[in-house]
Design a protein around this ligand. Structure first.
Ligand code: 13P
Length: 250
């Protein structure tokens, strides 16, 4: 059985004060403990978030990192720094990073390896854009992203990673994927994992859907056989909404 996992990706929102407010509110609320919960605030709010989340069951994740441990990389943050703060997870290769900051499957691969070497769990993002979808290229694009992003890793290394399928056309647009379409892509990802690694890895890895997840559609995704969670942007920024998403089954 794969444990459901809901992750809030706050993107470039919530400074220290707002982070304190939001997490203090979430902590007071009652949520379904069967679900694993992770929040990913921006870098400058991570220390504050870590202090607030200590001895709670909410885990901390970063939205990005560099693959090197240290050095002359102005403006970058290393996996060691994230570990020191208390991060357990790190989002790698979000489409916004690929689109606006030149990240490629190669840098994703370097980051995934570095995260695993530093005992951080990568949340590896994949997904097609609208043009690729229109010309029927979704399966090819997603398969390549999974294969290239995980190149050179062993089944043992990757068995605990998370893969987030986030079609770019669904992110922040209010146009979400149909549950069954997202499930078909999640199934395809499992097939790629099976081919590249083995059955066990394919069965064990948790796959999330992301892209305009909200209170009205969360259950549609969580009910799909191949989908184990959601990576949520906008709807994770309000305590009440985020907790309602976690309680999708109540
Ligand atoms: P939205 O939920 O705001 O569409 O964002 C999805 C996303 O990109 C999460 O990583």
């Amino acid at each position: 059985m794969r444990r459901p996992i809901i992750i809030g990706n706050w993107k470039m929102n919530k400074g220290i004060n707002e982070t304190r407010e939001l997490l203090t509110e979430i902590k007071k609320m009652d949520w379904d403990r069967r679900v694993e919960v992770v929040v990913c605030p921006p870098y400058t709010s991570l220390v504050e978030a870590s202090d607030i989340l200590i001895s709670t069951e909410i885990a901390l994740g970063s939205q990005n990192m560099h693959w090197k441990d240290k050095g002359a990389y102005t403006g970058e943050i290393s996996p060691l720094m994230l570990k020191e703060i208390g991060c357990k997870y790190v989002i790698i290769g979000h489409s916004e990073r690929r689109q606006y900051f030149g990240e490629t499957d190669e840098t994703v691969n370097l980051k995934v390896k570095s995260a695993l070497n530093n005992e951080l769990i990568p949340i590896v993002c994949v997904g097609e854009d609208v043009e690729q979808r229109k010309r029927g290229g979704t399966d090819f694009v997603v398969s390549e992203q999974v294969r290239n992003g995980l190149k050179g890793l062993t089944p043992e290394q990757i068995k605990n990673i998370i893969i987030a399928y986030e079609p770019i056309w669904a992110i922040g647009t209010g146009i979400s994927s149909k549950g069954e379409d997202a499930n078909a892509v999640a199934k395809l990802i499992r097939d790629v994992l099976k081919d590249t690694f083995n059955d066990e890895v394919s069965e064990q890895i948790r796959i999330q859907y992301g892209g305009s997840v909200n209170l009205g559609n969360i259950k549609e995704y969580m009910d799909q056989a191949e989908i184990d969670g959601a990576l949520v942007g906008g709807a994770s920024l309000k305590a009440e909404d985020f907790v309602k998403l976690i309680n999708y089954d109540k």
